[in-house]
Design a protein around this ligand. Structure first.
Ligand SMILES: [Zn+2]
Length: 259
């Protein structure tokens, strides 16, 4: 049987038995796939470093019969993205980005734009002269929300449409996004500057693969992070495994408080 060849990004892997490995990868042409790499651990020559998380690869694989795993025949390493492995905070963000993609786009449908976005996000950290990590995270989260069709209302009240420039507006993802003071009537947990929401909206006017040339202020990063946490939580069925570790490096985190 002739193998199918996919450009892919390795999201993660886990050990299986004594010698094998199960690999979760995101293919540009087919979306999220699970593969079985026989003898990946017993023979380093077989796949080398090509199964490492965040690597850009070309996977030669045989489709499963029915519900099983794809069988990985050969994996060509194109870019290990070694640069991001030197920093714990970049590794934490990379793992979080991959888990977000797996959760939001694990439906078996292809999303080539998500593949391109994820690759550019990982490149920004591996080869990066772009934004700092909080800015890279904000851009990724906004763009993934859009790709999933979940962008909340940012520029006007989601309930009455009011777009007046108040000093502070409320935000509640569960109620659709931005809320004016009258509609929020004290019940929304998050209050912030409408300028932050304007900046988030402007992020979506830039190319998905662009991660440099932005300059986010400290208030935008702090408030933007809270908005995105609320907006993403609405669409995730469970807390992400990678999130607790990532939050240790987040803007506004107080050392020693855990989480
Ligand atoms: Zn309103």
């Amino acid at each position: 049987m002739k193998p199918h060849v996919s450009d892919a990004i390795i999201l993660r892997h886990s050990d299986y038995g004594d010698a094998d490995r199960i690999v979760i990868f995101y293919a540009r042409d087919l979306g999220l796939l699970k593969g079985f790499a026989r003898n990946a651990r017993s023979s380093r020559r077989r796949f080398g470093a090509a199964l490492e998380p965040f690597a850009q690869v070309r996977v030669h694989w045989i489709a499963p019969r029915g519900e099983g795993l794809a069988s990985l025949r050969e994996v060509e390493l194109e870019d290990l993205r070694a640069g991001l492995r030197a920093r714990l905070d970049a590794l934490a963000l990379a793992a979080y980005g991959c888990e977000l993609v797996e959760e939001l786009f694990g439906d078996g449908a292809p999303h080539p734009e998500v593949f391109d976005l994820l690759g550019a996000f990982l490149d920004a950290m591996a080869h990066g002269d772009g934004e700092g990590l909080p800015g890279i995270r904000l851009l990724l989260e906004m763009r993934l929300l859009r790709a999933a069709g979940y962008v909340p209302h940012l520029l006007h009240c989601s309930e009455c449409g009011d777009a007046a420039a108040e000093a502070e507006v409320a935000f509640s993802a569960a109620r659709g996004g931005r809320l004016c003071a009258r509609c929020a009537s004290g019940r929304a947990g998050l209050w912030l500057s409408p300028l932050t929401l304007g900046t988030l909206a402007r992020c979506l006017k830039t190319a998905d693969v662009l991660f440099s040339g932005f300059r986010f202020g400290a208030q935008t990063l702090l408030e933007g992070q809270a908005v995105l946490r609320d907006a993403l939580a609405l669409h995730l069925s469970r807390p992400l495994r990678s999130q607790a570790f990532l939050e240790r490096f987040s803007v506004g985190h107080e050392p020693g408080k855990g989480g």
